[in-house]
Design a protein around this ligand. Sequence first.
Ligand SMILES: Nc1nc2c(c(=O)[nH]1)N[C@H]1C(S)=C(S)[C@@H](COP(=O)(O)O)O[C@H]1N2
Ligand SMILES: [Mo]
Length: 306
Amino acid sequence: MKKILSSEITPYSAYINRRKFIKLAGILSIAMPITSPVSALHTQSTTKYDNQLEEGDKINTYDEITTYNNFYEFGMGKSDPANNSDLFNPKPWKIKIEGLVEKPFEINLEDLLKNISIEDRVYRLRCVEAWSMVIPWQGFPLSKLIEIASPLSSAKFIQFVTVFRPEEMLGQKQRLLPWPYVEGLRMDEAMHPLTILSTGLYGHDLLNQNGAPLRLVVPWKYGFKSIKSIEAIRFVEKQPSATWSMVAPNEYGFYSNVNNAVHHPRWSQGTERRIGEFFRRPTLMFNGYEEEVSYLYKNMDLQKFY
Ligand SMILES: Nc1nc2c(c(=O)[nH]1)N[C@H]1C(S)=C(S)[C@@H](COP(=O)(O)O)O[C@H]1N2
Ligand SMILES: [Mo]
């Protein structure tokens, strides 16, 4: 299991200051002449969502975030991903852009990141078994990659595909799930500025157990939508299949929005346990992001499209 010394982890107070500093750096960069082909993206305002801690929210510790995980490619237990992921080598990493785009291509993650500025954000991630964590993700809005990909207007959804490497991901040698793990978003959900591709947390590159080197974070949806170790991003016309809604369609829908009024058949979704806390707390609609995202679903029956 990979360990990072606690002395190496940026303390939270310094972390906040660093975020302020990065914000400032972001503002400065807008004033400079920009020549990269994705320059227009840098002027897009993303700072609006930077301060997302609700009253009473505490960021979970690095230890909690990296030892209590779901990543069935490494086993079904919460400590399996931290214990069984040493064989996985996420460097170098290629991402394939496929499907309904002007021209499909492959790009090294390093090259992609040269074109995209990484911003620090704080997001809550909530899991479907009604537990949650507050995680200081680093990443960039998925919309920036979508602009680089130039999807055709016929592309209405995106499917994400996790790498398939049974020699490195021992869970893939068993039929715990159909492999590879896949997930999907509707295009407007994918373009929302809260939807990010994450490359790190607490100032460190993602550890394998958190989905190195690149994973999705969709903070208003249940945890399983946030697919890890993404190898392919596929633009499609029809709603794509997603692993958990394939496995148990009556329990997990395509949308999977955090919704305290739609319960899982086997447990309540009205409360959740914040990892590190003893008492359960009420679950907020859309995980607290109702103001930001409810417009995406305004004409939909969320009891039906769960
Ligand atoms: N490829 C892949 N991605 C995955 C999973 C998985 O098993 N395989 N588990 C999902 C689930 S159920 C959750 S709750 C989150 C957990 O993310 P975390 O361990 O970084 O907190 O990852 C999601 N992404
Ligand atoms: Mo989950």
